[in-house]
Design a protein around this ligand. Sequence first.
Ligand SMILES: Cc1ncc(COP(=O)(O)O)c(C=O)c1O
Length: 292
Amino acid sequence: MAAQPANLPFAYLNGLYLPLDEARISPLDRGFLFGDGVYEVIPCYAGTLFRLEPHLARMQRSLDAIGIAAPHTLAEWTDVLNGLVAHNGGGHQSLYLQITRGAPNLRDHRFPAECPPTIFAYCTTLEDPDTRSLDDETGLRCITCDDIRWSRCDIKAVTLLANVLLREQARAAGCDEAILIRSGWVTEGSTSNVFVVSEGEILTPCAGPDVLGGITRDLVIELAGRHGLSLLESFVDPRLLQSADEVWISSSTRGVRPVVALDGKPVGDGRPGPLWRKMAECYAEFRRALMA
Ligand SMILES: Cc1ncc(COP(=O)(O)O)c(C=O)c1O
C-alpha cells in the first residue's frame, strides 16, 4: 500500500484505490450534469462498517428505482468497501459511496445506450462515538421549513439541491437542521429522520415517497421494540412538534440526537429528554456489542 499523508484519504474510483486528490471524473459525468445517481453514507466503527447490509440493500433499491444495473453483487460491494476502509487505516470513518449513470460523450437527458456507471467512494474521519458522555449532550436547535423537495424522497439520489437550500436556511438561522413540513404533515429533516415524543409515546413519520427509510430510523424502531418502548409510525401533525415533550433526529453519522429548541422555542423543558437518553444508551450498547 502506498504511503499516504495523514490528511489525504484514499478513494475508490471505478475499480482502483487511489489518493483522493488523484481521483478524476469526466465533466460529462451524468452525476455532475444531471445529478443522475445515488449514494450512501455508511459509518465505520473500529474498522467495521456499521449496518452495511441494510445500507447496501437500500442502495440496490435506489439503483433499481433509477434503472442503473447493479455494478456489483453484495459480496463484491462488501470487498470493495472493506478494502477502502483498510486503505484508510480502519478506525472510525464515514464512508461516502456514489454511483452515477456514467459519462457518455454527449449531454443528453435520455439514458445512454451503453455506458458503465461511475463508482466513487471515499472516507472521512469520524469522531470516536464513545469519547463523549451522554451527560455532555447539549442538543440541537432546529427550524421548521416547507418541504420543497421532489416526490421520490425514498430514493437516496445525489440530486440534493432542495436539501442543500434547506440545510443552509437552518444554518443561516443559527440552527443545526431544518425539519420539513409537507401538505400539513411532518416528513423528515433535510439530512435526517425525525421522532417526536408525546405522552410517553414515540412517533415517527412513515417511510415512503416523502420520507427516506433511514437506516438509523429503522434501528431506532427495532431498538424501541426490543426495549419495550412504545413507538408508532404514523402521520405527525406539526402542532405536535410544538407541544412535544421531546423531539429527536437520526442519521447514520450522527446517531440519535435530541432537539432542544425548535423555531426559537424550547422543546419540552429545553433539555435532552429521558426517552432520548434511554434510546441513545440502547443505540450505543447495540453498536458496542457489534464492534466487540
Ligand atoms: C433526507 C434524509 N433523511 C434521512 C436520513 C437519515 O438516513 P440514515 O439513517 O440512513 O443515514 C438522511 C441521511 O443522510 C437524509 O439525508
